[in-house]
Design a protein. Structure first.
Lengths: 116, 113
């Protein structure tokens, strides 16, 4: 079975703090893809990043960075110097080979509140 | 290129009425997905299409729900008759090929009274 766990239901930080959102996944497949999506208060889901299971290099995009560790089945997301505009619900998702990469398995999301 | 377009953005209807939600995927995308999001159940995949053909509708809650994709640029999700428990945000998403990311529309917030 496939599962994505985002244990942090809600995180509150003050602007300029760094924050890490945790994502732990379960799959028996060795080939899979992981994603992060952002859902701001306006409601739409915005794609942030895709990572395949064979690429464990960390990725940095501006203030965003992702740490993928197969050994711990984790794909954590860090926002450096957080801003109020980062306030949103963030979803981690998995698509494994045994579904033909057809379906996304979403975590329950982490609500990030950044206050000024 | 325009993103995924959904209409209406908000729908309020009375129990028993028919509701039709509409989606226009991103041009060139060959997969289309319908999701439902509620506080209790999170994001649920209802059905998805590949090249306009329904592939997996196992997430459709019951026979009151139906979805069609008559062509590559249009899909509908219909609920008939609607019930209060259908109140949710319904998202449409599209994707090009495998296993690329899905791009979501803005969603339709459905309220059934």
């Amino acid at each position: 079975a496939q599962k994505v766990t985002q244990a942090q239901t809600e995180i509150s930080v003050v602007e300029k703090e760094d924050v890490t959102l945790d994502c732990v996944y379960e799959t028996r497949d060795t080939t899979y893809y992981l994603f992060w999506y952002k859902q701001p208060p306006s409601g739409e889901l915005v794609f942030l990043i895709r990572r395949n299971s064979f690429d464990e290099q960390n990725e940095i995009s501006g203030r965003y960075s992702w740490n993928f560790q197969k050994s711990t089945s984790s794909f954590n997301f860090t926002i450096t110097a957080s801003q109020v505009v980062d306030s949103a619900v963030y979803f981690c998702a998995l698509t494994p080979w045994n579904t033909g990469f057809q379906k996304l398995v979403f975590g329950t999301g982490t609500r990030l509140l950044v206050s000024p | 290129d325009a993103g995924v377009i959904q209409s209406p953005r908000h729908e309020v209807t009375e129990m028993g009425q028919e509701v039709t939600l509409r989606c226009k995927p991103i041009s060139g995308h060959d997969y289309l997905f319908w999701y439902r999001q509620t506080m209790m159940r999170g994001l649920e995949l209802l059905i998805y299409f590949n090249n306009n053909v329904p592939i997996d509708d196992s997430g459709m809650p019951e026979d009151r729900f139906s979805a069609k994709m008559p062509n590559a640029s249009f899909s509908t999700l219909k609920i008939q008759p609607s019930e209060p428990r259908d109140s949710a945000v319904y998202f449409c998403a599209s994707r090009q090929g495998l296993p690329y990311e899905q791009y979501f529309g803005p969603g339709t917030r459905l309220t059934v009274t």
